[in-house]
Design a protein around this ligand. Structure first.
Ligand code: EPU
Length: 292
């Protein structure tokens, strides 16, 4: 029996993934799963483990490139009340992994809690942000994380805290397939001052990044002590187009797409940037985005 026969109310077979991602390209998921409770999610995970069905979690779709042929197995999407709640408890915020990071930021700033305003402009869900330690020059989300609730491959629930949580540049030690909930510790402050700081950072970011376009944020990690955007620009690739995809002429570490673009267009630009930078500067660029 297929996953959609076992869980018909929450599994859609062959769901196109492009509309669920910021790049808006790529093929379908064999099974697209939108559970409505933790128990249902755990049951899906157990079934997938028993039947050897690969499982992926789609957050906000802002850091992923789906190949044109799509993905086999289950793609889990944590939307709905059970996975998107945001609760402030003194100087902590407890958020469902599916909550948008932008919502968590605005709720905490409004409550006079400082820290997350440095992450303004970062798209995606808070679960995705924690898994990949999203951040930028002003800070990273990992520095605020005190506790995460995860489900393992068999749907069993664990709490990870303290030493069990370590964060590096766009990485975390969280190995379980599903993050359910995160708890972040922030600093009490004056809401007006925090808002001011957030506005300033937003203006800086908007001036240097193509935030209004279909993109997946930075494509490559910055090599130690260097900027991938600077290297790609110096390789003369800013504005290069393949099909309906383009290396952004605003920031060379972004690829932007137009309607009609394919995943193959984006992959060819990635390859071009990687090979040209390697040839000209002897630097191997490493991907920041996930390719599915
Ligand atoms: N630069 C260029 N040409 C470009 C882009 C950048 O010369 O096309 C130069 C800039 O002039 C600047 C330097 O490179 O001197 C750094 O640029 P920027 O301040 O834009 O930062 P970045 O290193 O390119 C990082 C993060 C961003 C984050 C910003 C701001 C990575 C890969 N990127 O970008 O994160 O928003 O700092 O905090 O770490 C992301 O991870 O998806 C992302 C967008």
């Amino acid at each position: 029996m297929s996953l959609s026969d076992v869980f018909p109310e929450i599994v859609r077979p062959d769901e196109p993934l492009a509309p669920h991602t910021w790049l808006k390209v790529g093929g379908p998921a064999q099974y697209f799963v939108e559970p409505t409770s933790e128990a249902q999610l755990a049951a899906v995970l157990r079934h997938c483990r028993d039947e050897d069905i690969p499982v992926r979690v789609l957050g906000g779709g802002s850091n992923v490139l789906v190949r044109d042929e799509g993905v086999g197995g289950a793609v889990i999407h944590l939307v709905g009340e059970a996975f998107q709640s945001i609760r402030i408890e003194q100087n902590r915020v407890v958020a469902g992994a599916g909550a948008l990071l932008s919502h968590v930021i605005s709720e905490t700033v409004r409550a006079g809690l400082a820290g997350l305003e440095t992450l303004v402009g970062i798209p995606g869900t808070v679960g995705g942000a924690v898994k990949g330690n999203a951040g930028g020059r002003a800070g990273e989300i990992g520095q605020f994380v005190r506790r995460v609730v995860v489900l393992d491959r068999g749907g069993e629930r664990f709490v990870r805290e303290g030493d069990e949580l370590t964060f590096g540049y766009r990485t975390s030690s969280i190995a379980e397939p599903v993050i359910l909930e995160v708890e972040l510790e922030l600093q009490p402050g004056d809401p007006d001052q925090i808002t001011q700081r957030m506005r300033k950072l937003w203006i800086q970011k908007r001036a240097t990044q193509p935030l209004a376009h279909q993109s997946a944020g930075c494509i490559f990690k910055n090599p130690r002590g260097m900027s991938a955007g600077d290297l790609i620009e110096r390789a003369g690739l800013k504005g290069t187009r393949i099909g309906k995809a383009e290396i952004s002429d605003r920031h060379a570490n972004f690829i932007v797409t137009e309607p009609g673009a394919t995943s193959a267009d984006v992959l060819r630009l990635i390859e071009l940037a990687r090979s040209t930078v390697a040839e000209q500067f002897g630097v191997e660029l490493e991907l920041e985005i996930q390719i599915w």
